[in-house]
Design a protein around this ligand. Structure first.
Ligand code: SF4
Length: 213
């Protein structure tokens, strides 16, 4: 039987992060060279694995070498290019429209603030936070399906709504750690705290987790 350590959430997160730091070299698993490529990859990643998105992006980067190339892509052709990502019609429309808007409204630079990022077609808080944290090094909490599930199971939030989860995590994670901790949650979710069969018996943070499963 695992004994759970009772401490406040800020202290708990600190201890969990120390363990994560020692076992994971966590980072975003989407490949990109340019900020706009991360934006596009994140849009493709909805309901699709990062591995598949990386393959698609590899092919796209050979064909569309600039943001302008994405902005002027033929919609039907681009749909075929990204077909294997699923939901390809909406994704293609949004990616082309977002590329156009970055050029016309933001001088060709992916915005570095939440308000402007959220004006881009297909961009929600998850994508915006990923850009802010990974591209611009700003405090940002990315709540994807893994991060949300883990935050609830560990006992860091009671909410299902990703925005409420983000707000709860913001209160207990120091700004400088927010982006990395988000990635660490994802890595831990993939390795131990899987959706259907969490491996609590061998989980390195079991003593710090409320196991709300
Ligand atoms: S695997 Fe179990 S102990 Fe580990 S984080 Fe998930 S619910 Fe908590």
């Amino acid at each position: 039987m695992v004994i759970i350590i009772k401490i406040d959430n800020k202290e708990r997160v600190k201890k969990i992060k120390e363990i994560f730091d020692s076992i994971y070299q966590a980072h975003c698993t989407l490949d990109y060279k340019q900020p706009y490529e991360l934006l596009i990859a994140t849009q493709l990643a909805a309901q699709c694995t990062d591995d598949r998105v990386n393959i698609i992006m590899q092919n796209l980067s050979k064909k569309y070498k600039t943001l302008e190339a994405y902005a002027s892509a033929d919609l039907n052709e681009f749909m075929r290019d990204i077909y294997s990502a699923g939901f390809y019609k909406n994704k293609a429309r949004n990616i082309i429209a977002a590329s156009k808007k970055i050029i016309t409204d933001f001088g060709g630079e992916v915005p570095d603030n939440m308000d402007d990022l959220l004006t881009l077609p297909g961009v929600g808080r998850k994508t915006a936070n990923l850009i802010l944290g990974d591209v611009y090094g700003k405090p940002a909490i990315v709540v994807d399906t893994h991060a949300g599930r883990l935050s609830r199971r560990i006992g860091l939030t009671k909410h299902d709504d990703p925005y409420r989860v983000e707000l709860d995590l913001k209160k207990i994670i120091p700004p400088k750690d927010q982006s990395l901790f988000s990635h660490q949650l994802v890595w831990h979710g993939r390795k131990y705290c899987k959706s259907r069969r969490p491996e609590c018996e061998i989980c390195p943070i079991a003593k710090l987790c409320e196991k709300r499963i």
